[in-house]
Design a protein around this ligand. Structure first.
Ligand SMILES: NC(=O)c1ccc[n+]([C@@H]2O[C@H](COP(=O)([O-])OP(=O)(O)OC[C@H]3O[C@@H](n4cnc5c(N)ncnc54)[C@H](OP(=O)(O)O)[C@@H]3O)[C@@H](O)[C@H]2O)c1
Length: 274
């Protein structure tokens, strides 16, 4: 069957799996105006509360996964990784090459997705949890029959909940170790900075607010100035000053090596699991 272009001004988007990630993407897509809610659909599985969450912002909740596939041009599989195989296989008869398929399931490879679906117009995306606040770091890899236009369409959808890059699938374990698990490393850092503030005499609320905003500000500086982080660090460390005294302690504690080890360990774990 020919790969027909997805009509960008009229296509319908369906989610198999009405969970947290699907809701984040659907909300982002609606809020950014990429698609109106009338062009998004899903089906609740066992939990009616999930149907209510989607209906609350205008998304249609259909009775069955089959209805979602039949009524959608782009289908995002957003069930848990251990459920993806069954979900795709159950819908296989309806998954023609006219439909662009997407999976956000961590650790599930394109090779398997394509085999289960019976075709390779499939795109694998690895988002991360800040999708819920519109700041995801996502990466996508295109299956054999996915076209450049398909990639652009998915970049636009996931661009509504953050930033997205394209990469070879061989990097996905490393991506999981960095951006997939990375938010948790930074939560630890924020908590530790706040604890430090409390140890130095600050009230807890103020310490936590300052720690979070400092991480946000530093990330924005790194993204928006285009300067290398080493340069940004040099810019704020005056000779004999306070910041270099703090950095000296971080280096003595192996801060950089520890973060590098965390990414490498999580990448290895992702490889072992998948
Ligand atoms: N959350 C994240 O930040 C994040 C980040 C990266 C990747 N991901 C990936 O995103 C996927 C979804 O994660 P999530 O956090 O959104 O999980 P979740 O909130 O548990 O959502 C999964 C949903 O799938 C539904 N479901 C289960 N079996 C189904 C079936 N056979 N057909 C249709 N729906 C079914 C579940 O419904 P019931 O509860 O009613 O069974 C649930 O609502 C996962 O594969 C995960 O690896 C998530």
């Amino acid at each position: 069957m020919e790969i027909a272009p997805i009509p960008t001004d009229a296509y319908k988007l369906g989610f198999i799996g009405a969970g947290k990630m699907a809701e984040s993407i659907a909300r982002g897509v609606v809020l950014s105006g990429v698609l109106p809610p009338s062009r998004i659909r899903t089906a609740a599985h066992s939990n009616q509360l999930r149907a209510n969450a989607f209906e609350s912002f205008g998304v249609q909740v259909l009775p069955r996964n089959e209805d979602v596939v039949e009524d959608s041009d782009v289908i995002i599989f957003s069930v848990k990784p251990q459920v993806v195989k069954d979900a795709v296989l159950q819908l296989k008869a309806l998954l023609s090459k006219k439909k662009l398929l997407v999976s956000v399931a961590a650790g599930v490879k394109l090779k398997d997705l394509q085999e289960w679906a019976g075709h390779s117009r499939f795109i694998r995306v690895m988002p991360n949890t800040p999708a819920a606040v519109g700041e995801a770091a996502s990466v996508m890899s295109l299956g054999g029959a996915a076209t450049e236009e398909d990639g652009n369409l998915i970049a636009k959808l996931f661009g509504s909940v953050g930033k997205i890059w394209k990469a070879d699938e061989k990097f996905f374990d490393a991506i999981t170790g960095l951006s997939g698990s990375g938010p948790a490393y930074i939560y630890l850092a924020i908590e530790a900075l706040a604890d430090g503030g409390v140890a130095a005499g600050l009230p807890r609320d103020l310490a936590l607010s300052l720690a979070s905003q400092t991480v946000l500000g530093a990330a924005s500086m790194s993204t928006n100035t285009g300067k290398h982080p080493g340069q940004l660090k040099d810019d704020v460390t005056s000779p004999g000053g306070t910041t270099i005294a703090g950095i000296h302690e971080l280096e003595k504690g192996g801060f950089r090596g520890t973060l590098m080890n965390a990414v490498v360990a999580a990448s290895k774990r992702s490889r072992d699991l998948s």
